[in-house]
Design a protein around this ligand. Structure first.
Ligand code: FBP
Length: 550
């Protein structure tokens, strides 16, 4: 890197905060809770993970500052989609293992799990790590979505680690990647490979959380970037007063990002996929809901507004969900011949094989969306919802509905539309203070788990609405978060995704104010993330976390 920005230069000097338990380094006192169970399917999960199932929850307290541990070699992987703060997890891990023993070494496997299997690796030296502190992105070692699932992959991973003297591996990833971590931990333990595996909770989507993991890193920063942009759109809309902006927001499955941005900005409409599913809303119901807001605002002379749409919406509309499930099975059963077809070919192939109900839904969708629904799945079997232009589809359908209403004399406004997709813009932003501190702590804490000899654990740092010295550090057995889900035609053990809870405080609050927001112009303009300045603008937590922990 030749030139770095003024912000990056100043930000390099930022010293992230740590929980009190880690103040003397990663050598900690460990207290163990009761034996644990998985969130569901306990019998099956315990059979699949006989060596790691049931481990206790761990809580750390400050250790002896003078304690020494043997030097270790540790490997690290960034896995899945980028999220702000990943570099700080690595920096925290680096400092943590050095605090255990200054001769410990850190190796980064490149391009995600693939690098572990193919032995693409580099040593992360002090200078190299320093140049990435407090920066966004995963470019330090790259990331990837390869799923670790075969014995051949596990054996190659073990061999590559053995050759470098690596006795612990840290996998930084979301639910799928931490599922990988758990499977690998079990395999290494069952086969006496002598390699510990520890996970760190990452994803801007915010859906890897539970009682013990109160946030996945990156969610805070990404939501602040999107909220700034949406706030700017709100101001533009309120200035020109001629456009309705339809904004799709990332979040492959859960609507946490859309909800958090709504709480930060007060848009006129925000669709929450989990509510759509719970109320069994149809596509037509959603279009009608948006059109109602357009009509109500037009009656007050406000022919402008903001609509937030979660990326994962289509999979939560029951009729489209059923369609996607059929498409998945039909396309998978088609084998290599169908896999080689382009999206149009796949759509034509699938059309004739769908049930009557799904075929009718499929036909009712715009051609572009039909093709997008047939695009390739990701390596974990997920539909790539970031490629489905739901915002365009809804804007189009609302426009058509309003035309009909105008003809019937029930709407007299003007409808100009703009569409946007905010996703990639937020994933590599420089981490907010919250994410910079949280990520550094997660990485340092992962070193503490390694030092304590644990495997199959996720690094856990809690109580983060309080100042960092009151944060609680420890480890959560990954099996505790698991259940069985139907993937690729079979039941697989996976970490349960945390969706928006309709009886949770963030949604309840949104529900209590959304009708007012729909009609009034009540926008809030959050502005850009502040890294320097008064604590009340720099050290914020998300509205979601504040409401959940209130
Ligand atoms: P992770 O779950 O791996 O963190 O990725 C989440 C995400 O950013 C989603 O919000 C989005 O749908 C997806 O990644 C996009 O994936 P890709 O980067 O492969 O286009």
């Amino acid at each position: 890197m030749s030139e770095i920005s003024a912000l990056q230069k100043a930000r390099a000097a930022y010293r992230p905060k740590l929980p009190a338990a880690l103040a003397n380094g990663a050598f900690v006192k460990v207290s163990e809770g009761e034996a644990t169970k998985s969130v569901a399917d306990c019998d099956k999960i315990s059979q699949l993970f006989p060596k790691t199932y049931g481990s206790p929850v761990l809580t750390f307290a400050k250790g002896d500052a003078k304690a020494a541990a043997p030097a270790i070699n540790v490997g690290v992987i960034l896995s899945g989609g980028q999220a702000p703060g990943g570099h700080n997890v690595i920096a925290g891990l680096f400092d943590g293992i050095k605090s255990l023993n200054k001769d410990s070494r850190l190796f980064g496997f490149k391009k995600g799990p693939d690098g572990l299997v193919k032995n693409e690796v580099m040593e992360l030296t002090a200078d190299f790590v320093d140049s990435y502190r407090n920066t966004g992105g995963f470019d330090m070692i790259g990331s990837g979505r390869t799923k670790l699932e075969t014995v051949e992959q596990f054996e190659l991973a073990a061999e590559n680690c053995k050759n470098l003297g690596i006795t612990a591996l840290v996998i930084i990833g979301g639910d799928d990647s931490n599922t990988n971590a758990c499977v690998l931990a079990e395999y290494f333990k069952a086969n006496d490979k002598g390699i510990q595996v520890v996970g760190c909770p990452k994803t801007i989507d915010g859906d890897l959380k539970n009682e013990w993991i109160e946030a996945s890193f990156g969610f805070d920063t990404a939501c602040r970037v999107y909220s700034e942009l949406i706030g700017n759109l709100c101001r533009d809309a309120n200035s020109a007063k001629k456009y309705w902006h339809f904004v799709k927001l990332m979040g492959r499955s859960a609507s946490h990002i859309a909800l958090e941005c709504a709480l930060q900005v007060h848009p006129n409409v925000a669709i929450i996929s989990e509510e759509v599913a719970a109320k069994r809303m149809t596509l037509d119901d959603i279009v009608a809901q948006i059109a109602r807001a357009v009509v109500a605002r037009a009656e007050n002379g406000n022919n402008f507004g903001i609509v937030l749409i979660p990326e994962g919406l289509v999979e939560f509309i029951p009729e489209i969900k059923a369609l996607i499930a059929e498409l998945n099975d039909i396309l998978a059963a088609g084998g290599a011949e169908v896999e080689a077809l382009d999206a149009v070919g796949k759509a034509n192939f699938a059309q004739s094989k769908l049930s009557a109900a799904s075929a009718a839904v499929f036909r009712s969708l715009p051609e572009g969306i039909r093709k997008q629904l047939c695009n390739d799945r990701d390596p974990h079997g997920n539909v790539q919802v970031s490629l489905i232009e739901t915002e365009k589809m809804l804007a189009e359908m609302v426009g058509t509905r309003l035309k009909a209403m105008k003809a019937a004399g029930t709407y007299r406004g003007k409808f100009g539309k703009q569409t946007h997709f905010f996703g990639y813009e937020g994933r590599c932003a420089a981490p907010s203070n919250y994410d910079a501190d949280y990520c550094y702590s997660l990485g340092f804490n992962a070193a503490a788990l390694i030092g304590a000899g644990r495997t199959g654990y996720m690094s856990s740092v809690r109580n983060t609405i309080k100042p960092a010295d009151q944060w609680i550090a420890g480890g959560i057995p990954i099996t505790m978060m698991m259940n069985l889900e139907h993937r690729h035609g079979a039941d697989k053990p996976v970490i349960r995704k945390a969706l928006v809870e309709l009886d949770g405080a963030p949604f309840k609050f949104f529900e209590s104010v959304r009708e007012k927001w729909a009609v009034e112009t009540d926008y809030v303009y959050p502005g850009p993330i502040q890294y320097f300045g008064p604590s009340e603008v720099c050290d914020l937590v998300t509205k979601t976390l504040a409401l959940e922990k209130n």
